[in-house]
Design a protein around this ligand. Structure first.
Ligand SMILES: Cc1ncc(COP(=O)(O)O)c(C=O)c1O
Length: 427
């Protein structure tokens, strides 16, 4: 039996072996440098922004795209461009990054949370109808960890109740349902391109839609509420409240360069995930993610479930998870915690800290009482408690590294007494 690194053995993965994301090439550097040479650094009609938008429209199979400066901005535009506003309710999954719900609040609308599926980790379509009221205007599925939500069911519910669907696809560039990419299924959608994302440009995002009216509104919202003609001419007359959500030309150029590699990078993530999931099936104590039929995830994060019961250990989930994460970290295999509670359990919701005096919840346009409690979403609570993401499951890392990860999981699984020892040391 090989000694665990935490007790002085050799680690499975050496320091520096796990490469960071995204892979940067000379082409990326050249693309950014070319922006310096062009002397055009910003503008909604700037050449890099315009070209990026056309390329993204083609990749996603959508009619319109607007490049913006963050995923949060894109989501806010996705909400606002559909006419959702003060007092309207929007249904949001309890498990997401809080910016999803912030985009709703930014337009003085009210997030109403729904728990997630117990086999995947997206909003549970079976629980959506119970959350619909006469104030509901939209459903906002999040394709979390690169897993597309149950879009067939969600679109059918939206149709039945005459609701809009806004997609948070910030973690799911290229994920698809029955061959159709997320972002192209919803009425509007927002994507992030911050550093960690499958399509990365450091910071940034983009808005997509097939709806001409939403596109026209979103375009104004991106730039101070004004209309800016392709020639750059401005009337300097704002048609309504807008922001400065324009993207930068350096970022647009970097994003275009990275976009060229998105399909092959996603394919690598899928190959690594398929290998890990297959192998983990045979290692007591751990499980890979389940993919419901028809959904094609792109593994923004590769999620591992902790299963102490498979090893017959007398440890709580928290003790087991923490001990295993410590042991694997010493082996050079990093598991990370993404989110610590359901979004409605965050202070902003518990204390209703919005605009000034409780707005939008206590403003006159919302004549209802709504209370938020994290514990009302038990599937989300359990998911967060029993899962972590496995770092480094992307190129330029290789299948050889994934094989070492599996070696590490096997090494730990074969020494349950050592897991208990590490857990007890912490007690
Ligand atoms: C699910 C989700 N929604 C929204 C966002 C917000 O994107 P950004 O950080 O680009 O504003 C992110 C990313 O950070 C995210 O992961």
């Amino acid at each position: 039996m090989r000694e665990l690194a935490i007790f002085g053995g050799d680690p499975v993965v050496s320091a520096g072996e796990v490469k960071s994301w995204p892979p940067i090439t000379q082409a990326d550097r050249d693309a950014v440098n070319a922006v310096f040479d062009s002397n055009i650094f910003h503008g909604s009609n700037a050449p890099q922004a315009t070209a990026l938008q056309r390329e993204l429209e083609e990749y996603f199979g959508v009619k319109h795209c607007l490049s913006v400066n963050s995923g949060t901005a894109a989501l806010h535009m996705a909400i606002a461009s559909l006419g959702i506003g003060p007092g309207d309710e929007v249904i949001v999954p309890a498990f997401t990054f809080w910016a999803t719900a912030a985009a709703v609040l930014h337009h003085n609308a009210i997030p109403v949370f729904v728990d997630i599926e117990d086999d995947a980790f997206c909003i549970d379509a079976n629980k959506i109808e119970a959350a619909i009221t006469d104030k509901t205007k939209a459903i906002l599925p999040v394709h979390i960890h690169g897993m597309p939500a149950n879009m067939d069911a969600i679109m059918a519910i939206a149709k039945k109740h005459n609701l809009k669907v806004v997609g948070d696809a910030c973690q799911a560039h290229g994920a698809a349902v029955n061959g159709k990419k997320v972002g192209s299924i919803e009425d509007t959608a927002g994507f992030s391109t911050n550093r960690s994302k499958n399509l990365s440009s450091g910071e940034g995002g983009f808005f997509v839609t097939n709806d001409d009216d939403a596109f026209a509104v979103a375009k104004q919202l991106r730039e101070f509420g004004e209309v800016v003609l392709p020639s750059g001419t401005r009337e300097y007359n704002s048609f309504g409240l807008g922001w400065n959500y324009r993207s930068h030309e350096f970022i647009n150029a970097f994003c275009r360069s990275q976009l060229k590699h998105l399909p092959e990078n996603n394919a690598k993530r899928q190959e690594f995930a398929a290998f890990l999931t297959r192998e983990l099936t045979n290692i007591p104590g751990f499980r890979g993610p389940y993919t419901p039929p028809g959904r094609e995830p792109v593994y923004f994060s590769y999620i591992v479930r902790f299963c102490p019961e498979e090893l017959g250990l007398d440890l709580t989930m928290a003790e087991y998870k923490s001990a295993v994460m410590k042991i694997l970290a010493a082996e050079g295999i990093r598991l990370g915690q993404w989110q610590t509670r359901p979004v409605p359990g965050q202070d902003v919701f518990l204390k209703k800290q919005g605009y000034g005096k409780g707005c939008p919840w206590e403003c006159s346009h919302y004549n209802k009482k709504i209370e938020y409690r994290g514990e009302d979403y038990p599937v989300t609570v359990d998911f967060i408690a029993s899962h972590s993401y496995l770092a480094g499951v992307y190129p330029p890392n290789t299948l050889d590294l994934m094989a070492k990860y599996i070696e590490g999981f096997k090494k730990v699984s074969a020494q349950p007494d050592k897991i208990v020892k590490v857990a007890k040391e912490k007690r």
